[in-house]
Design a protein around this ligand. Sequence first.
Ligand code: CP
Length: 302
Amino acid sequence: VRHLLGIKEITPQDIQLIFETADNFKDVLNRPIKKVPSLRDITIANVFFENSTRTRLSFELAEKRLSADVINFSSSGSSVKKGETLLDTVNNILAMKVDMIVMRHSSPGAPHFLSKHIPANIVNAGDGTHEHPTQALLDSFSIRERLGEVAGKKVVIIGDILHSRVALSNIFALQKQGAEVMVCGPMTLLPKYIQQLGVKVETNVRKALEWCDVANVLRIQLERQQMKYFPSLREYTLYYGIDKKLLDSLNKEIVLMHPGPINRGVELSSDAADSHHSIILNQVENGVAIRMAVLFLLAQKG
Ligand code: CP
């Protein structure tokens, strides 16, 4: 595999290899000297056509910990604003002797398109509503770290499934590792094809939480909504918002996850997000080791 375009394209064995490699890098990241020389001859461009905090910073840090040379491109403030195409933009970056492209783009399939036209390795850092493979990998890695394994675990993904690349990549990743997957949200925020993905569907958040070992909570992606969806944010919070009182009333331990950014007070209350159930900041920490593993393994393939 020369690229990481999506979880759909990789095997359960690839996922295990990424996790074992990330285990080693996590050990490195816990040492006083966190840097290794593995990618010192490699130059990586982080090419972001959409906003990001976690993914962009964690890729950059992963690259620097691997001793790669790093350049960062953000479409705002670039010549994209003067009409330059995606392919011209990337080809101009590659002309500067760049070996790998990490790209976030608002169009589903943008990295797949690029992979057919450029000679460099490509890592998809999120393509529109399609996939966010490194997020799903770090999510499963965090479940494995907390619960010992992913196989056999019941994982519910709650929220705006329709507009979420995190949901689709997580469904593929969890199923490939033998987890049971449920999605939960209002029918208006579930895609029509959801049944074809082999997941359970639940519209009642309490029932979903009673069923699961792990709840991965997503935000409502207002920026991707072409029309006004029911429910409104206020209604969403009323019917689907998760607070500590609800978690405590379950009388069992569940693992609470969120890919970020959290809209506190909408999908999660602060007392839930910051409770002992939450592994949200562990997810962020693990993102660096997972991205080091992905970049390191792709660099071996050339
Ligand atoms: N989880 C995630 O993709 O966050 P950012 O949009 O901040 O990168």
